[in-house]
Design a protein around this ligand. Sequence first.
Ligand code: ARG
Ligand code: ZN
Length: 476
Amino acid sequence: MRLRTRAGIGAAATGLATIMLATSASAAPSPGAPGVGDPYYPGAGNGGYDVAHYDIRLTYQPTTDKLSGQTTILATAKQDLSTFNLDFGLKVSSVRVNNSLAQFSNDPKDPSELVVRPAKPIARNTPLTIVVSYADTPSTVKIDGFTAWKRTPDGGLAVDEPAASEWWFPANDHPTDKATYDVSVEVPNGSSAISNGRLIRKTQQRPGWTRWNWRSTQPQTTYLAFIAVGKFEVLESTTPSGQPFLSAYDPALGELLPAAKASIERTPEVTEFLATQFGPYPFEAQGGVASNGLGFALENQTRSVYGNSFWRWGSNTSVVSHEVAHQWFGDSVSLGKWSDIWLNEGFASYAEFLWSENIGEGTADELAQYMYDSYPADHPIWQTVVADPGADKQFDAAVYDRGALAVHALRKAVGDEDFFTILKTWQVEKKGTHATIPEFIALAEKISGKQLDELFNVWIYSKGKPAASPNGAAPV
Ligand code: ARG
Ligand code: ZN
């Protein structure tokens, strides 16, 4: 996928047209589209197949930043395929499709599109087993001038949004194609390789190296799959609900380390609280990673990764509540398209209000009022349309703050009982899949019995500071 530009639009449109031809006529096999047609990232994902499972088996050497190994993809063809694409930027040495060697090439116009031509066309609805072998130095691989691979003094991490997989495994990189994962990473003894889900085994099979095997059994999107390699301090425990909890701390955090631990170690408590608000926790494990090599936090499924900036002033369970809330909003219920980012960030930011109220640091009413009042009407935050902020403003403060105020406005409009019923019903109905903003609004209207067009128009579909605060009062 292309990250920073929309230059792929023409290519994606051609691909979609090809799909339509292929399904309407029972004609010759045709190429799978190079993208799923996402409005912000036309090259994201690929057409023509659906992935069920990724088996990622790698070796990483921190001293050289060399990553090598194989990814085996279990998929099903969704059309008669002559060729198909994988989103991937690293150097490939071979591709096998259903055990036969396939031809492959990188699209010269987009180095993140690997085009694969199987020895024989693939028939619709038949299984696809794709084995990609590769080796590269991911921190040096630039796509549109950017690498999502962060190298640290003793390791590296593949952690980013909307895309990180291009720098460590070939994928159908769009949240609409979720899969289960086995991630196995061999690193030098003394280093840790952390990923999602449960740590199912740690073995030494050759001198000097340890292999870490991880498993995610719930559907997971590609950008929420991660690896973090470093000389971490790893803590393991069992949550009161009986789930495995694993956290990893980069000792390079130094004096920030206690604050990081005092926050991330409370993840099970935060999870238990949010389960009372959103319904049962959707996954099989919990945890967190405190990195010193990152400038943001990301809600990687079951194990969020936190940059070092969050602990500067002491513990910060607010950011933990934000990332844990994403396990429901973003991870279990994922985006149907990236322009619907409010469904992730608005609700995760609102969870910070809920958590704050729970620990006695201010009620949701107080925090919403304060946030609304603190942005003057001429502040740029009011100039972003939260329901479609644009690719370059996807993580704008407006999506987070105005986004959270929009959620509070809904709560005030429908009342607490209907509000929490809406959130819980949404989680049940969309668990493990993806959804759109209009679907959320339709559910809110159905449960509340109220017409909510005006409310959503004011809060997420238009620019300008809303005349009344989410609590209902006009500004003073
Ligand atoms: N979803 C992340 C969060 O919880 C934001 C990630 C922003 N991505 C980035 N590359 N800065 O807020
Ligand atoms: Zn977030």
